[in-house]
Design a protein around this ligand. Structure first.
Ligand code: 5GP
Length: 204
């Protein structure tokens, strides 16, 4: 059985990646999502264990000590981390998995798992990003300013990614991500094992 693909998805807060991912998983329940452990407070509408496991700083630091995280980052004062085991299990079981992380998390995963394919979700414009963040009504102006500032530095790092998907129209953006995932089965990053197997069987 070939291994499952690992897909890193990043995009600034307010780029619409959450809505986009909800639609993607409706269309493709075969693709799994990596649930992050985080120490930020739960926002209205969020549920424990859906996108995040909301844990204390102490518990997070314990996970770090026990080497249970594939990567982690401090974002706007809170810890965000990707538990290692589910990602490795999905890969071994041939299941495609999406890991949603910030740009630092993406860089760290690339170092550890060079076969991972990365996709950056780009908002149509900076102005639209602020409109979306303010429209959410869940954050204060100070937090929005901080997130806008982080967004700018994240957008400048979009060139580190394998693909950029502009989230102007949600259906188009979802289809774009699905095509990247489906085409990746033919991508050289995922075919290394196959090449090794073919070469191993060449009679000398
Ligand atoms: P939010 O607080 O808006 O849900 O997420 C803030 C940022 O943290 C987003 O850029 C999101 O992609 C990123 N993020 C979510 N989970 C993880 C994770 O496990 N690791 C890292 N490094 N970033 C994460």
């Amino acid at each position: 059985m070939s291994k499952g693909g690992i897909f890193i998805i990043s995009g600034p807060s307010g780029s619409g990646k959450d809505t986009l991912l909800v639609e993607l998983f409706k269309k493709r329940p075969d693709i799994k999502f990596s649930i992050s452990s985080i120490t930020r407070k739960m926002r209205e509408g969020e549920k424990e264990g859906e996108k995040y496991n909301f844990i204390s700083r102490e518990k997070f630091e314990q996970m770090l000590e026990n080497d249970l995280l594939l990567e982690y980052n401090i974002y706007a004062g809170n810890y965000y981390g990707t538990p290692k085991l589910p990602v490795l299990e999905a890969s071994e079981n041939g299941v495609d998995m999406i890991i949603e992380v910030d740009v630092n998390g993406a860089a760290n995963i690339r170092k550890k798992l060079p076969q991972a394919i990365s996709i950056f979700i780009m908002p149509p414009s900076y102005k639209e990003l602020r409109r979306r963040l303010s429209g959410r009504g869940t954050e204060t102006e100070v937090v929005i300013d901080e997130r806008m500032h982080i967004a700018l530095s994240e957008i400048t790092r979009a060139t580190e990614y394998d693909y950029i998907v502009v989230n102007e129209d949600i259906n188009t953006a979802v289809s774009d991500i699905i095509s990247v995932i489906d085409h990746s089965r033919l991508n050289i990053k995922r075919q290394k094992q196959l090449i090794d197997e073919v070469l191993k069987n060449v009679e000398s």
